[in-house]
Design a protein around this ligand. Sequence first.
Ligand SMILES: [Mg+2]
Length: 384
Amino acid sequence: MKITKLTTYLLEPRWLFLKIETDEGISGWGEPIVEGKAHSVQAMIDDLSTSLIGKNPLDINKIWIELYRGGFYRGGATHMSAMAGIDQALWDIKGKYHDVPIYELLGGKVRDKQKVYSWVHPYEFPTDLDTQLKRARESGITTVKTTPSDQMDFITTHKEIDKVIAKVDEIHSKLNGEIDLALDFHGRVHRGTAKILLKELEHFNLAFIEEPVLPEHLDCLKNISSFISTPIATGERIFSRYSFKEILQGGYVDIIQPDLSHCGGISEGLKIASMAEAYDVAVAFHCPLGPLTMASSLQLDAVNLNAVVQEQSLGIHEYKEKEILRYVKNPEIYDIKDGYMEFSKKPGLGIEINEEVVTEIATNSPHNWKSPLWNNTDGSFAEW
Ligand SMILES: [Mg+2]
């Protein structure tokens, strides 16, 4: 079997899909994307595709090593995300070729179903918090995650910190102890503020705190872990086993969150998760993305003992539910029952892409989504 063609599709709300075709009629799909930099990833796919045409798509390890090491310069968000989409598509082809789900090719499942969590937003989007929580309860969700702050200055005033604590208190009290709460600070908090804020959050017994500081400040994470008992998570902006090595060796966090559309795909995600298990660190694959990233994550959730909980896109950010579901012919893959998602028994990723819709939207309304730019009161840059 030989790879004959790679095609990318820019799709609302902020995604990029990749189709890899072969001379035997089997095709595979992947989701290579850096949110806000979709066109750069698209160009990287073009760049890498010249060395893929004519190769046997079943030789995933060989292809991965050549794509990663072969260019002399390697790594980073764009390269690893382009590789991620290619890797997902190759695994999809391999699964379809052998007529089994990818998790069967990786040794089989270690659990029957996957616990998932939901995003909730403390403001009116798209519905109020009570409606969002009602929906989570109806799905049997046992953990919700929210971002309780907006922009934060290098040193945030105690008055601003109090506002964040009040917001967390409000959400926490609505959960009645029935649902766990996790917080994602998007790396908005700086060192001096993190020390105060996280200590004040400790008594809420949070499920975890994600990116309290930017991932480049690992030394701060180590400091934070040493003075609070709340599990700390990071990893959506870390792209390879080589970068996760330092985090794991240093004991910086309790949960890592590699994104299978950013960290070199299923092949690399598997290695990162295994490394984490060796350090008794849990994995919660980052997934605010589309159905192909979701399906890839579930394949690895199935085979990794330390994959404790899975993020999923329903109810997230600016997504409308129909946007997530319209690109697939089997939207039931997103069904959540009693807080769990099922592992698909279909071959490959288990996704049936609606090519008509994908082609129509990529042709007629390709997106140009960019991350919001935020400012502090004085006009200086603030992390989003
Ligand atoms: Mg996050």
